[in-house]
Write a protein that binds this ligand. Structure first.
Ligand SMILES: Cc1cc2nc3c(=O)[nH]c(=O)nc-3n(C[C@H](O)[C@H](O)[C@H](O)COP(=O)(O)O)c2cc1C
Length: 479
């Protein structure tokens, strides 16, 4: 890469943080500083319909939706989901149908619109690029999500949590409004059988007349192993533009350690030398890369630059900025608990139904409350498809009610210790589903907060600066 090309790349990527922690407000604030703001694409369709049911405070969703270029989509979605004045107190949110391999065009369009709206709002009022982060493993909405984000002119697509080998080719196809497909992971398929997730952009345009080609966003893969970066650089279906090299101290999901799983005395996965990424090998691939995980400081950025990286991807520090999507009183509670030394952070190998270790911030009393929650699965983004011996395909999640999971051929032992990330993470951004108090102890789904290992080290900063903005974070990093 030439020095001039490297110069055009951001030093700082504000990492995608689902669900809605890196919403459009945060991504916009970062992008305005000239660094890369990234919206999370996870569960955005649910986020959209909940914001609409809450009366769309500020009118942001409706303002953005009015710009969706596919005729009629915004009107249809608003007619179905917008409630002027919001929900009655205590009323439950109405739910979208859960994703499956095949869903209706109308259902896909809710996802297209949701991703369009988030990227459009993050881009409003400035000319800098904005990215979107999606999880490879949350497969079913991904094609519609990418198309919606691209219709809004997303500049970067950043994906980890799996092997996003097929995504570069998908971006090439969607940019030209051509049909795109992803191999659909179905457990228990016969060796010679393939299943696909298909998305045809033309199906959403009147008379299948599509507009001019869209810009093809840059594609960055989040990797935690040298071998994965090499595979992606060599064997993807199209151009990979760079890597985010993420270590196990990063917030959110982490890659599991290599080899047999060993736990420390607090039940957290133990990482060792084999898990370290060989940055010399990454450099040899000749593509730009950013380091992520525990590098959210000026010295972290310097370390990354010294290692030959273009810069850093930072999450945790931005998650507690004023523009973050974490519901303000909850953000305050976590910050106070960190300052008082009452917050703990645990890398839980069992909590996430994805099977990846997931970092959870625990405040006093949280664990008991979480244990009392009655299981329910009504968002279903982490469901996986399974072909049973009798030929039926079922969709199941190891955090759903255990009896349901077992009835679908699941092993009860797999369900142990799982947390409902869909409902918990939605609650974290103030979009908690209302429930019977006897099911949750509180009448609403309980929030689930994730952060990187660095969170506890932020006590000094939180004490010194009761509030800081995304621009302050950028300033701290580049100072
Ligand atoms: C609240 C939170 C949510 C996150 N969610 C995602 C996500 O949805 N997808 C993803 O690829 N990374 C996610 N991450 C990881 C960040 O994008 C970033 O790589 C990481 O936070 C960097 O490490 P740091 O937390 O030490 O700064 C999340 C991190 C946090 C703190």
């Amino acid at each position: 890469m030439t020095a001039a090309a490297a110069d055009r790349l951001p030093r700082i990527i504000q990492g995608g943080m689902g669900v809605g922690v890196s919403g459009w407000r945060l991504a916009s604030a970062v992008a305005r500083t000239g660094q890369l703001g990234v919206v999370s694409g996870s569960l955005l369709d649910t986020v959209l319909v909940r914001r609409l049911q809450d009366g769309d405070p500020g009118g942001h969703v409706r303002r953005a939706a009015a710009h969706c270029p596919i005729p009629g989509v915004a009107d249809d979605v608003l007619r179905r989901w917008y409630r002027a004045g919001g929900r009655a107190p205590g009323a439950s949110y109405r739910l979208l149908s859960m994703y499956r391999q095949h869903v209706s065009d109308a259902r896909q369009r809710v996802t297209v619109l949701a991703n369009f709206v988030e990227v459009w709002l993050a881009r409003e009022g400035h000319d800098n690029p904005v990215g979107i982060n999606l999880l490879t493993k949350v497969q079913m909405p991904n094609l519609a999500s990418l198309y919606g984000a691209m219709l809004a002119g997303v500049g970067y697509v950043i994906m980890g949590a799996g092997i996003p080998r097929e995504i570069p080719g998908v971006l090439d196809a969607l940019a030209e409004h051509r049909p795109a497909r992803l191999r659909f992971d179905v457990d228990g398929l016969a060796r010679d059988e393939e299943q696909w997730l298909d998305f045809d952009p033309a199906a959403h345009w009147p008379q299948r007349v599509v507009p001019d080609a869209l810009a093809r966003p840059r594609f960055l893969a989040v990797v935690s192993a040298t071998s994965l970066a090499t595979t992606l650089a060599r064997k993807s279906t199209g151009r990979v533009d760079g890597f985010v090299v993420e270590g196990p101290t990063a917030g959110g999901h982490n890659a599991p350690p290599r080899g047999e799983l060993r736990l420390d005395e607090r039940g957290q996965p133990l990482y060792g030398d084999r898990d370290a990424v060989d940055l010399a090998k990454i450099r040899e691939l000749g593509l730009p890369f950013w380091l992520a995980g525990g590098v959210g400081s000026a010295s972290g950025l310097r370390r990354a630059l010294d290692a030959g990286a273009i810069g850093v991807q930072v999450g945790t520090l931005f998650a507690y900025a004023e523009e973050s999507g974490i519901e303000p009183s909850l953000r305050e509670r976590v910050r106070d608990a960190v300052v008082r030394g009452e917050a703990t952070l645990r890398t839980d190998p069992r909590a996430s139904p994805t099977g990846y270790p997931f970092k959870i911030v625990e405040l006093p009393g949280d664990a008991d409350r979480a244990a009392r929650r009655t299981r329910v699965c009504d968002l279903g983004y982490l469901r996986v498809a399974v072909r049973l011996a009798d030929g039926r395909t079922v969709y199941r999640c190891s955090a759903e009610p255990v009896d349901d999971y077992v009835a679908k051929g699941g092993d009860a032992a797999d369900a142990e210790g799982r947390r409902c990330l869909c409902n918990g993470l939605s609650a974290t951004i103030g979009l908690a589903q209302s429930r019977d108090a006897s099911d949750t102890g509180s009448g609403a789904e309980l929030p689930l907060v994730t952060s990187g290992d660095d969170l506890l080290a932020l006590a000094g900063l939180f004490a010194a600066r009761p509030a800081y903005t995304a621009a302050d974070v950028v300033e701290m990093l580049v100072s």
